[in-house]
Design a protein around this ligand. Structure first.
Ligand SMILES: [Zn+2]
Ligand SMILES: [Zn+2]
Length: 137
């Protein structure tokens, strides 16, 4: 896979990612659940320099994670779709929410994190490496 495009629900924000993702992680933590309003978040981590906003702009919200890192969520100010995130613990890396991609291609999670927090009905994926908490660095 080499790059992908995506955008928000209303179409005001469009982005492009060049090159290969660093990692794709499915996260079951409480923060990801609340922020996405879904059962889990699937984050495609990319190098920040490879992520280009084609048009539109995002609003952002910051909070402190249990790790103590400052986490920033970026979302469309019109429709509220969450598109990107980044944390003070991972400079130069941004996550892209998998649901915002135009064509999913062969992108799929390689790891699952915070599996200790996963909802009872969320089946573990067969092909992922699993971590009860965050992924050790
Ligand atoms: Zn939008
Ligand atoms: Zn999370």
């Amino acid at each position: 896979m080499a790059g992908f495009k995506g955008g928000c629900l209303c179409g005001a924000v469009k982005y492009e990612v060049e090159g290969e993702p660093v990692r794709v992680a499915q996260c079951h933590c409480d923060d990801c659940r609340r922020a996405t309003g879904s059962a889990f978040a699937t984050n495609i981590f990319v190098e920040e320099k490879n992520l280009k906003i084609l048009y539109g702009s995002t609003s952002s919200y910051q909070h402190i994670a249990d790790s103590g890192n400052t986490m920033t969520k970026e979302f469309c100010p019109i429709c509220g779709s969450q598109l990107f995130g980044y944390g003070s613990g991972s400079p130069g890396i941004k996550s892209v929410k998998i649901g915002s991609i135009d064509k999913i291609g062969n992108i799929k999670p390689q790891v699952e994190v915070f599996t200790s927090k996963s909802l009872p009905y969320t089946p573990p994926l067969k092909f992922t490496e699993k971590f009860e908490k965050g992924r050790p660095r």
